[in-house]
Structures are given as C-alpha cells and as structure tokens.
Design a protein around this ligand. Structure first.
Ligand code: HEC
Length: 198
C-alpha cells in the first residue's frame, strides 16, 4: 500500500478506501461490496431453499403427483355436478331457448359441429340420416335426442357433446335437428334403426 501513488492510479478521492492491497503487474482493483439488499435477497433465498428441500424431501411434502390427484378430484366432482345438472332434459329450458332465438343459433351450432357427419339438412353420411322416421338411439323427440347428443355414442363414432357444447347450445341444436324430422330429404342415407311412427 505504501508505494501507491493515487494520482498515477487515477482513483477517485472517495474510492481510495475501496482499493485492494495487492497489485498484479501494476494492476490494482477496487472492491465494490454487493449492496446489502442484494445480500439479503440471497440469504432469504438460501433459507427458503433449505426449508423447501427439507419439507419436500424429508417431511412428506406433497409431490406434484399428489397435488395433481387432489386437483383432479375437484375437477371430477365439478364434472359430475355439471353432468347431474345438465344430462336430464329440461323442457322449460328447451322452450325458453327456442322461443328466444328460434332455430337460428341451432343452425350455426349444427353447421360447425354436426354437419361433417350428418351433412347438410341432416341427410346423413358418417352419422345416420336425421330426416327419415327411422331412429337408432333417439326416438325423434327432443328429450331422446338430448340424451344422444349429451352423452354421445362414442364407441360408434357419435361424440358426447355434453362436455363440449354449452348447455344452451345443445338445446339450440336440438331445436334445429327437430326441423329435419320427417322431411325425407332426397338422396339421404338409407334408414337405420327402428321405425318410429309419430
Ligand atoms: C364424428 C361424426 C359425428 C358428429 C360430428 C356428430 N355425430 Fe351424431 N351421430 C354420429 C353417429 C356415427 C351416430 C350413430 C351412433 C350409433 O349408431 O350408436 C350419430 C347419432 C346421432 C343421433 C341419433 C340418431 C338416431 O338415429 O337415433 C343424433 C340425434 C345425432 N347424432 C345428432 C348429432 C348432433 C346434434 C351433432 C352435433 C352437435 C352430431 N350428431 C355430431 C356421428 C356424428
């Protein structure tokens, strides 16, 4: 330190006390300590990491799998509640939905979701013809159609729409499907299922 010449070293007056005591081939360093807030954050993180490690490694803290199972139970319960509330046909809700917007919204829902399989006007292709008086699963009435649309027939390729569409969309699309009934569109798919006289 003794042979330091501060003028030559070009060290600012208020930084002289930071000058370290060694010299490497004439190069000297200033020691700027880390700000105390930085150190504090670092020590807090270390303490947190230690607690975290001990809790999850040795004290049976819940694993990601446990947390997933817990959350999934909540999801299943909510789904079951939704299914219970919506899987049964509600005539009042159906009437209200139809009187509100006629079949216009139902047509939109049908065109987006159903047309790929049941085709325009319900003449059928992958899915059965909805314009004849033969029915495989439903019986041509809103409650029986609701059951098929809500729950699907997935092993035969009809998706369950209950979890995909909004409850009102299901009622809307049923009202539109009802407009196909017994229209016997020319060029429709051959009849499938049982004849329903009504
Ligand atoms: C991926 C193809 C596919 C889509 C999309 C689809 N369906 Fe179906 N649908 C089918 C098939 C296949 C069946 C016959 C299922 C069976 O035989 O068990 C069916 C059956 C039905 C039936 C019962 C017909 C009967 O004869 O009893 C109705 C009603 C129906 N679908 C309505 C809809 C509505 C409404 C939508 C749109 C929200 C829709 N489907 C979308 C394939 C589809």
């Amino acid at each position: 330190m003794s042979e330091h010449n501060n003028e030559k070293l070009d060290v600012k007056e208020d930084e002289i006390h930071l000058l370290l005591d060694h010299s490497y081939d004439g190069i000297q360093e200033l020691n700027h300590p880390l700000p105390s807030w930085w150190n504090a954050t670092f020590y807090i993180c270390c303490a947190f990491a230690l607690g975290y490690f001990v809790y999850y490694q040795f004290m049976n803290g819940p694993s990601l799998n446990d947390e997933f199972k817990k959350d999934y139970k909540v999801v299943l319960a909510a789904k079951e509640e939704f299914r219970k509330a919506n899987s049964v046909f509600n005539q009042e809700f159906y009437d209200k939905t139809v009187s509100k917007d006629g079949v216009n919204n139902g047509k939109v829902v049908y065109e987006i979701n159903c047309m790929p399989c049941h085709m325009e006007g319900g003449r059928g292709d992958v899915g059965p013809n909805l314009t004849d008086n033969y029915w495989l699963l439903a019986k041509g009435t809103p409650p029986t159609i609701h059951k098929v649309v809500f729950g699907g027939s997935e092993e035969n390729g009809m998706p369950a729409w209950g979890e995909i569409l909004k409850p009102e969309e299901i009622y809307q699309v049923i009202s539109y499907v009802m407009t196909f009934k017994n229209t016997f569109v020319v060029g429709g798919k051959e009849p499938q299922g049982e004849k329903v006289d009504e």
